[in-house]
Write a protein that binds this ligand. Structure first.
Ligand code: T4K
Length: 401
């Protein structure tokens, strides 16, 4: 029990709880919704007949077109994954030295692309309410070597885009958004991908919209998009012309075919996730010590993730204990994003990675748990997840086995 630990009594309560609630099969944090196999086979038939497998095939071209329509953007370039897209984004803006201000509360890829481009990440603390870069803390990190701000719309929640743009304009900096989680999100009625200089999307299998592996860059102008398209194809601008040191970032026809089918399902997927989120919000908001992120008034969300925050003093169990109990019940939640990327050995020695400078991010990383959310998740399972979390409230503070 909280305040008066009784390991033996507590453990037997946990054992009882696990016996009562354990699911027969593991339930994961994410599952891709699969299109009908025969529809994919029909696309494969066409690929076989054309013998055109990659390098801007017709399915690739069609997916780019359809994504532009669906997302309400003008210039979108497909990639083999989001990480390479972000790597190319920096090159497209000719950022390959100096410093870039970024968030520690993200998937490691965000900081790694800076490292791979020879740029020093400068970690900035996050905002308590959104888990995104805190615009009030950015300006004092800007120095003579600062080139850009690389912000992440974590869980699909829009960053403080106006404040960030204002800072960038005052200091002559570029703004790149890692929008890996933000497929379909709108802010003030406009695609969130339209803010900043460039935005990156990830279409990984765990994402709301997927091409198995895949990603995209959304650019502002046709010229910018052309440079990106050259860079993702080795810098080749024509049979006899290489404009720069490009890379191979191309998406193939098999991925594009999957994406064309998946795109037809994405609106339904968002609607299904919304109802799952409704259950989590309704049941878990009442549990003392748990906080759920709220949708901003100006945001059209996508329900890509279902994070909760666990305050151990009020809830009774720590986040790690709850994680273990859920796991024992076959509910595989994830601690996105613990540990902070600033804690990775390749960054930990940087002055900006000092945990004392990142108190909000450190606290969020120690409390957050992402619960299962995907369209095909039955509501009975969602209720079972809530049952376990409710039942755990107030149990104690020992580590579950
Ligand atoms: N920036 C941000 C902010 C990102 O979140 C990411 C990726 C990137 C950049 C880089 O974009 P990409 O280069 O990946 O396009 C997963 C994803 O691999 C990763 O794409 C994603 N973020 C991250 C948040 O989540 P892991 O290591 O947690 O994946 P994994 O294999 O543990 O999968 C999670 C769960 O999903 C599994 O427990 C089961 C389920 N699953 C997974 C796969 C691969 C399936 O049901 N089917 C599958 O095929 O990183």
């Amino acid at each position: 029990m909280a305040g008066a630990p009784d390991p033996r009594g507590w453990k037997s309560q946990i054992d009882e709880l696990v016996r009562a609630y354990r699911l027969p099969e593991p339930v994961y944090v994410a599952r891709p919704t699969m299109p009908a196999l025969d529809e994919y086979t029909a696309y494969l038939q066409g690929i076989w007949e054309r013998r055109w497998l990659t390098n801007e095939g017709i399915l690739h071209q069609e997916l780019e077109r359809r994504l532009c329509e669906h997302l309400g953007v003008e210039h979108l370039s497909l990639f083999c994954n989001g990480t390479i897209a972000l790597l190319v984004a920096l090159n497209a803006l000719r950022i390959n030295s100096g410093e870039v201000i970024t968030t520690p509360f993200t998937f490691p890829a965000t900081a790694h692309v800076l490292f791979w481009n020879g740029i020093r990440p400068v970690f900035c603390d996050i905002d308590e309410a959104t888990f995104n870069l805190d615009p009030n803390r950015i300006e004092h990190l800007i120095g003579p070597d600062t080139k850009a701000i690389l912000a992440v719309h974590v869980y699909g929640t829009p960053c403080a885009v106006d404040a960030i743009q204002g800072i960038a304009d005052r200091h002559g900096l570029r703004v790149i958004y890692d929008a890996a989680h933000a497929f379909g999100v709108k802010y003030r009625g406009r695609s969130i991908l339209e803010y900043g200089d460039l935005s990156m999307l990830s279409f990984h299998a765990t994402k709301l919209f997927t091409t198995i592996e895949g990603g995209a860059l959304i650019s502002r102008t046709a010229a910018q998009q052309q440079r990106i398209n050259f860079l993702k194809n080795f810098g080749i601008a024509g049979e006899e012309e290489v404009i720069g040191p490009g890379i191979n970032g191309k998406m193939d026809e098999f991925q594009a075919a999957f994406g064309l089918l998946h795109l037809r399902m994405v609106d339904d997927e968002i609607a299904l996730r919304k109802s799952i989120m409704g259950i989590y919000r309704e049941r878990l908001a009442k549990v003392p010590g748990l906080t759920l992120l709220q949708d901003g008034a100006l945001t059209q969300p996508n329900y890509a993730y279902a994070p909760i925050l666990v305050k151990p003093d009020e809830y009774g169990l720590s986040r790690d204990d709850l994680f273990q109990v859920l796991r024992s019940c076959h509910i595989i939640s994830r601690k996105y994003f613990y540990p902070l990327v600033s804690r990775a050995s390749c960054y930990a020695a940087l002055p900006s990675a000092d945990p004392a400078r990142l108190p909000v991010a450190e606290r969020a990383a120690s409390r957050v748990l992402c619960l299962p959310i995907y369209g095909t998740l039955p509501s009975e399972i969602v209720h079972r997840v809530c049952d376990v979390i409710e039942a755990c409230h107030g149990l104690g503070t020992q580590t579950a086995e």
